[in-house]
Design a protein around this ligand. Structure first.
Ligand SMILES: [Zn+2]
Length: 210
């Protein structure tokens, strides 16, 4: 009995209180899989003000699949959701929030394999909204790094089937061939999309021709 008390004291000295609220939050999320939880509830569960940091630890260090409004457009700021009990792929855990935001922004919040946009209904799986992960361009087993240059946005649909698919994007020449074959209406849709995406380049091109 005395021995037990000493162990407990040593453990609490090593990580003061933080470990306790992290455990409480872990348990609470696990009991509420699939339910949207708000920040007031989580603050009460954690019993202290640093609950936000503890939630980030659960996500980044333990790989819990907790999403926020940054991941899903249907969530409001301050809402948190544990999607399922399956841990996130290990590669995402060590990647900083800043790197993640940088890569997603660079990729236009669009899956680099199928073109699905974050938060929108997935084109190949109408039952769910597109959720983006970070994937390695060169796999870590092949010597790829966690450097932003080796990361890209991949949706969960492509991510799940990614191991058996080629990770290469179609080459520009093949894309142009496809666009050439498309009906004019589709070509105009593509043109509109490109002009919206690249307004500066589009106006430079049109003024050069005048
Ligand atoms: Zn995809």
């Amino acid at each position: 009995m005395a021995k037990k008390a000493i162990v407990k004291k040593a453990a609490s000295k090593k990580s003061p209180k933080g470990k306790g609220s992290r455990s409480k939050l872990r348990e609470f999320f696990t009991l509420n899989v699939g339910k949207i939880l708000d920040s007031n509830t989580l603050r009460k569960v954690a019993g202290k003000s640093e609950w936000g940091r503890r939630v980030r630890e659960l996500r980044n260090e333990e790989g819990m699949n907790i999403v926020t409004h940054n991941d899903r457009s249907d969530l409001k700021p301050g809402q948190y959701l544990l999607i399922d009990l399956k841990p996130l792929p290990a590669f995402e855990r060590g990647i900083s929030k800043e790197t993640r935001a940088f890569v997603l922004d660079r990729n236009g919040f669009t899956c680099q394999m199928c073109g699905a946009a974050a938060g929108e209904i997935h084109p190949y799986d109408a039952g769910r909204k597109t959720r983006l992960h970070l994937g390695h361009i060169i796999d870590k087993s092949m010597g790829g790094t966690d450097d932003p240059g080796n990361l890209r946005a991949i949706c969960s649909v492509c991510n799940e089937g990614a191991s058996n698919l080629t990770l290469n994007r179609p080459e520009a020449i093949k894309l142009i061939a496809q666009v050439r074959r498309a009906p004019s209406k589709d070509q105009i849709d593509i043109l509109n999309w490109l002009v919206t995406k690249f307004p500066k380049q589009a106006s430079e091109l049109t003024t050069e021709k005048k």
